[in-house]
Each structure stands twice: as C-alpha cells, then as structure tokens.
Design a protein around this ligand. Sequence first.
Ligand code: 5GP
Length: 121
Amino acid sequence: MSSIFSKIIAREIPADIVYEDDLVLAFHDIAPSAPVHILIIPKREIATANDVEPDDEAALGRMISVGAQIAAEQGIAADGYRLIINCNEHGGQEVFHLHMHLVGGRSLGPMLTRPKKRRST
Ligand code: 5GP
C-alpha cells in the first residue's frame, strides 16, 4: 500500500525537496529531531528494510552517497552526522516506505540508551 512518501514523490503533497535523481529523493523531515534532519528515500516503493531486493542495491547505495553529499552541502560533514534506517515496530518505523534519516548539526550522543547497570551490593 502506498505511503505518504509516494505522494511526495508524485508531488501530490508538498515537501521541501533538496535532491532528486532517477533512483532517490531527499527532503526535509516535517518534524526535525536535530538542526539538520533530511529523509532520503528510494523512488521504488519498498515498505521496510526486510523488503529490499537485489535490484534495489543501486538505490540503497545511492541513498548513502546522496546522504554524504547533502551532509557536505549542509555544512555538517566534518563534524559528523548519523544515517538511520528504522525497521518495523521495534525499530520505531512509522512510515512504511523505506527511508534513511540524515541527522546532524549538533552532537547526537550515544546511538542507543544503554540500560542502567545494576548496582552490586
Ligand atoms: P520513521 O519513524 O518511520 O523512521 O520516520 C518517519 C519520519 O517521517 C518522521 O521523522 C516524520 O517526522 C517524517 N514524516 C512523516 N510524515 C511526513 C510528511 O508528510 N512529510 C515529511 N517531510 N516528513 C514526514
């Protein structure tokens, strides 16, 4: 089933698009979690990382190279940034069109919250 991101690809709903080519589209996240928060998506409708097929490898590679290019354009490449793909419920995926978050512009801290160590008595 098509998601809201397919509507962005089709220009049926607006988005602040920063990059487009034959394989991928990149646009600003509507609810940014950091000073830079851009979503990079394959144009093919791939629901989750579980649904990637061998023919998608060109688009997935392009997503990373475009992510690095946009990071440079946004001036965050040297300080660093994070590229994230969430999958399904435990991964926190909310939109079921595969997407990669490019987040940066501040120190992002540890990737995951570590469980608190139990104090030994
Ligand atoms: P997920 O949790 O699925 O990895 O991330 C989905 C992301 O899509 C969220 O960061 C959310 O803010 C963003 N998002 C959801 N709907 C829209 C929309 O209509 N436009 C844009 N630009 N971003 C959206």
